[in-house]
Each structure stands twice: as C-alpha cells, then as structure tokens.
Unconditional design. Structure first.
Length: 178
C-alpha cells in the first residue's frame, strides 16, 4: 500500500491471527490509513513465510483500527504471521463475487489436471489392485517404479496392458494388469 489510496496493493504483515492482520508499517506512511478506511476490502494471503496455510486464503476486512494498524477479517483458518505477504483489493474495482466467478471459469477452462497417485504397492504374481476411492475413475496412465532405492531417480516405466473395473456401491474400483 502506498501513501495514497490505491485500488489495490500489497504489504508484508508484521503480525496477526486467523481473524486479524497487523501492519505496523502503516504508521510510517506520510498519510496512514484512517479508522475503517480499509473496511470492505478483500485481503488475500498471497504468500506465507513457510508456504503453508493460510497461503491462498482470503477474507473480507470488516474493520480497521488505526491505533493498532489492525484489520479484522473473516477467518482464514490459520494465523497470519510476521512476514506473510498480503494483498488488499478494493471491491469497487474487483467485486469479490465477480472475481470468484472469473477465477472459477478460468480454472474450468484449464480442463482436467492429472494428479499422480503413488499409493499402490505392487506384489509379485499379483495382477489386481484395489484402487483408492479418488483414483477409481479418470486414470490416464499406469507406471511402475524401476528404482526403489533412489528417491530422486525413480525410473518410471509405463505399463501398456491395464484396465479399470469400475467401482460398485460400497467398494472401490479395481486396477487390472494384463
């Protein structure tokens, strides 16, 4: 955030909680934000110091206390900490529901995104494997791991002869190797 009232900006938080964001650096601005001037903006937790939650979460600012440079937000499930990067966006430029709609549409346009599942362990002379529920449909490829003693060089080899027997109620699908 600059010294004027921009439509959006980012800053590094100096503290917070799951429902507050503190930026004591606002006090150093020539024209710091006044009481409740940040109200109704959307605060996005752009990045965290450890790359974990609440990174990617957001909350609408319901109040701003000038005396403590503290914004009150809807809960983001985990505490915002010193060093986390926050982006504030005014809703008149980027209305929240419109933003959510556009992001969801963009994600839909990406199509299916393959997600590897490495939870199955093969066994000698076994050709049928119960699939995890999430992997019971939409399998695109099956590989086996050639090198099991080197975590950086698995030497995956694609299997060409396989099929999936769909799940029935109360069970998961079945991977069958030919």
């Amino acid at each position: 955030m600059g010294q004027t009232d921009p439509q959006f900006g980012n800053f590094v938080a100096t503290g917070g909680s799951a429902t507050t964001i503190v930026n004591t650096d606002f006090a150093n601005f020539e024209s710091p934000p006044e009481e409740d001037t940040l109200k109704n903006r959307v605060a996005f937790v752009y990045s965290t110091t450890d790359g974990l939650a609440p990174q990617g979460k957001w909350g609408k600012v319901s109040a701003y206390a000038e005396a403590t440079q503290t914004m009150t937000i809807a809960t983001v499930t985990d505490a915002i900490g010193a060093g986390d990067v926050i982006m504030l966006v005014k809703q008149d430029l980027f209305p929240l529901q419109e933003s959510i709609f556009r992001v969801n549409r963009a994600l839909t346009n990406l199509g299916d995104i393959p997600v590897p599942d490495t939870s199955l362990t093969s066994a000698a002379d076994q050709t049928e494997y119960a699939l995890p529920l999430v992997a019971s449909r939409g399998i695109l490829q099956v590989y086996y791991q050639n090198e099991i003693n080197d975590s950086n060089d698995n030497q995956w080899t694609e299997i060409s002869g396989w099929s999936v027997q769909p799940a029935v109620v109360g069970s998961t699908g079945l991977l069958i190797l030919f």
